[in-house]
Design a protein around this ligand. Structure first.
Ligand SMILES: O=P(O)(O)OC[C@H]1O[C@H](OP(=O)(O)OP(=O)(O)O)[C@H](O)[C@@H]1O
Ligand SMILES: Nc1ncnc2[nH]cnc12
Length: 190
């Protein structure tokens, strides 16, 4: 996206500013007291989505990953085009009961509930390097469970990337131990 100066020349807009401008706050959703970060305006904006996918694909390349993992459901929307752009495979981590065949499961709590996620046991070759992608890091429960699950499936978590980190919920601190030095990349922090 670009703004237009009085000269008529396009001026590049900072990525963080662009992404933030396309994420909408929805108070008291899905529960009273939660401010929900709605990414649908960003998904509907081709220029913003392109910039987001390019930034995440650059991380996949920089961290030399073999696979990109997306977390159901919003993580899928970001991770699948990133995998294509980075020319690596995509692996879905799904809510329990959705994947066929032998799966590994991990239960967890998130900002507004509890859930269980699964990955197929044969999703990775041993030691494959993986970039885990999600839209929002809130309490870190989902990210923590996914990192543990991916490791249990035999892969190495090279990095975890999120579109938006809600810093006041301290997910980054919670993830320090499980990440064990693997970087947490947040494109936007609020
Ligand atoms: O850091 P946490 O407190 O764990 O919260 C973050 C998670 O919450 C949302 O997922 P949700 O389970 O609502 O799934 P959705 O993508 O299917 O809407 C979001 O997409 C993250 O995965
Ligand atoms: N506040 C929030 N907005 C969007 N997704 C979330 N997942 C967990 N907390 C969230």
């Amino acid at each position: 996206m670009s703004a237009t100066e009085t000269t008529g020349q396009p001026v590049p807009v900072d990525l963080g500013t662009l992404l933030t401008s396309r994420i909408r706050d929805v108070p008291d959703y899905p529960r009273a007291g939660v401010v929900f970060k709605d990414i649908t305006p960003l998904l509907a904006d081709a220029a913003a989505m392109t910039a987001l996918v390019e930034a995440l694909a650059a991380l996949a390349v920089r961290h030399q990953v073999d696979k990109v993992v997306g977390l159901e459901a919003r993580g899928f929307i970001l991770a699948a085009p990133v995998a294509v752009r980075a020319d690596v495979g995509f692996v879905p981590v799904r809510k329990a009961g959705k994947l066929p065949g032998e799966c590994l499961s991990q239960a967890y709590a998130l900002e507004y509930g509890t859930a269980e996620i699964e990955v197929q046991r044969d999703a990775f070759l041993p030691g494959e390097r993986v970039l885990v992608i999600d839209d929002v890091l809130a309490t870190g429960g989902t990210a923590e469970a996914s990192v543990e699950l991916v490791r249990r499936a035999g892969a190495e978590v090279a990095a975890l990337a999120v579109l938006m980190e809600l810093a006041f919920l301290q997910g980054r601190t919670r993830l320090e131990t499980v990440l064990a030095g693997a970087p947490l990349e947040a494109l936007v922090t609020v």
